[in-house]
Design a protein around this ligand. Structure first.
Ligand code: N0T
Length: 527
């Protein structure tokens, strides 16, 4: 296998997130890492299931696998810990030459306490559930009780202590405390304990973040008060757990969001209120400085919505990471805008052969053509993922996915500064016909600036043409040299041939065959 995923046998530097000039990198073994990820199904966190995991991971060419570690699994009896699955997982991940992201399913898993041990989820006196606005008991655990927080934190710290001892080579590169935290069906906890806090003052850190004068939650945040209060409460709870875990081993930590609609504002009772929804990212930033980022789980198939989520979560103060997305065919092309925007990683959900498919969120079944759409992206990027991640950290990457909105006219434009790249979808290679879209939306293209006037270009089912951005420059652009090649096991460019004539005269074509190009542009005076 290539050097990028080779495991150091001895202790390495602990992975960390770095940010420079608003760009981000996940440093793994001392260099930026592009997470070509996959998440297994929820109940694949047992040793007996691992043989059903690895073949899918290899077929996909993933370099990072996200796997749950359940509280019920490590502390079935209070105070007695069992890390046998984690030990087996670490050993098998190393054998299979992939890195891991651990998902801590505990107080909240898709908002519910189902993954908490029985001694927690059955004991409503010691670990109180929330109360809804009508005064009824709600299914979700309240974020406002020390007893619950201390119990979860203790188990999480044990997990991190085990990891510190068992993983000096940092096979685990990130940890996600909780999973899709928040609450469905109630905007917040309305218990007397909660109400008292809600009527009290907004904490100073939050006032500072929002530049607001002091007051009660209602006074300061008006119509947003209930959701902000709940988001703050959950984020503080997770902050304390993450901080305690990082004090043991400072692996990057993030939380994932079950998203609200990308456009407009729905009632908070219709999504996971209190989770890291896009409009409360700043609440999470103020409440949870130990979290390296908040991340969207994107199951929206719509092109405009998917891209909007990338914009909402990809910020100078929040690195873009897609810890979950659908594994249906039309999601594969979204890999390109994610890596184009400098995303740390991309991970389709449900990637194993356990036989579970979460349609309509993802695929009906992971048949070979579906797998291939994901695999082909990773196959191309795997040998150059270090190079790509470095370029992304420098802010020199772009990417587009085939649009489906008729208004987009099967076209996407990338502004590269001096040049403009136009991607079109569903055209013959000669390019004289109008783009009509691919039979299915499979087109995707990524571009990186690798030197003056020189771009790495790769993708599938897409045509691309370059032009000078300034139409009045008095200059004409041409292809100085278009090299087709590939990256070798050490991440070095290997030249295969020069594309010219039909292969470039009418635009550059990416088909269903893997192609990586180095495109050197030039211009001469006169037009
Ligand atoms: C995701 C996944 C897994 C009625 C769903 C998406 C994963 C979790 N949740 O397969 O459960 O652990 O993070 C929630 C999307 C809710 C849509 C509800 C439609």
């Amino acid at each position: 296998l290539f050097a990028g995923t080779a495991h150091a046998q001895t202790a390495t530097e602990v992975p960390r997130l770095v940010t420079r000039d608003g760009h981000h990198a996940l440093m793994v073994d001392g260099a930026p890492w592009l997470m070509l990820g996959a998440q297994v199904n929820n109940s694949s966190n047992y040793t007996a299931m691992l043989p059903k995991v690895w073949p899918t991971i290899h077929a996909m060419h993933a370099n990072t696998v996200e796997v749950p570690i359940a509280w019920e699994q490590i502390e079935r009896t209070e105070g007695q810990f069992d890390f046998s699955f984690l030990d087996q997982l670490l050993a098998e991940a190393r054998q299979n030459k992939v890195r891991l992201v651990l998902l801590w399913f505990a107080t909240w898993k898709n908002t519910s306490p189902n993954y908490a041990p029985a001694w927690v989820k059955l004991d409503n006196a010691r670990f109180p559930r929330m109360t809804n606005a009508k005064g009824e008991t709600h299914y979700a655990l309240s974020p406002l009780h020390r007893s619950t927080l201390e119990a979860d934190k203790r188990a999480f710290v044990k997990l991190m202590q085990h990891l510190k001892a068992a993983d000096p080579q940092n096979t685990v590169i990130m940890v996600q405390p909780e999973n899709e935290a928040g609450t469905y069906g109630s905007v917040r906890d309305f218990s007397p304990v909660a109400q008292k806090l809600f009527d009290g003052p907004v904490p100073a850190a939050l006032l500072k973040k929002f530049r607001k004068p002091a007051g009660s939650w209602k006074q300061v945040f008006g119509a947003d008060a209930d959701e902000y209060f709940h988001a703050w409460s959950i984020a503080r709870y997770i902050e304390e757990i993450a901080a305690a875990g990082k004090a043991v081993k400072p692996v990057p930590m993030y939380v994932n969001a079950a998203l609200a609609s990308a456009f407009g504002r729905q009632a908070a009772t219709t999504y996971s209120s209190g989770g890291p929804i896009h409009h409360v990212i700043d609440v999470y930033k103020a409440a949870a400085p130990s979290l390296d980022l908040v991340a969207p789980d994107i199951y929206a198939r719509d092109h405009a919505a998917f891209l909007e989520y990338l914009k909402l979560y990809g910020r100078a103060d929040n690195a873009l990471l897609i810890p979950e997305t659908g594994n249906a065919p039309e999601f594969a092309r979204y890999f390109y805008p994610v890596v184009g925007k400098g995303g740390l990683g991309f991970a389709p959900f449900g990637m194993d052969d356990s036989g579970y498919y979460n349609f309509p969120l993802g695929a009906k079944t992971l048949d070979a053509p579906t797998m291939e759409l994901f695999a082909r992206n990773y196959r191309v990027f795997a040998p150059m993922m270090r190079e790509w991640a470095k370029l992304a950290f420098a802010g020199k990457t772009w990417g587009v996915a085939e649009p489906t909105d008729p208004k987009a006219e099967h076209k996407q434009i990338m502004d590269l500064g001096k040049y403009r790249a136009t991607a079109t979808f569903g055209q013959y290679q000669f390019g004289t016909d109008k783009p009509t879209g691919n039979p299915q939306p499979t087109g995707g293209l990524a571009v990186a600036e690798i030197g003056p006037d020189e771009y790495l270009v790769t993708g599938f089912d897409t045509r691309v043409s370059f032009a000078l951005a300034d139409a009045n420059s008095g200059r004409s652009m041409l292809y100085d040299r278009v090299e087709e090649g590939h990256y070798d096991a050490q991440g070095h460019w290997v030249f295969d041939r020069v594309l010219n004539g039909d292969q470039t005269d009418y635009g550059i074509n990416f088909t269903d065959r893997a192609q990586v190009l180095h495109v050197k542009l030039g211009s001469y005076k006169g037009n």
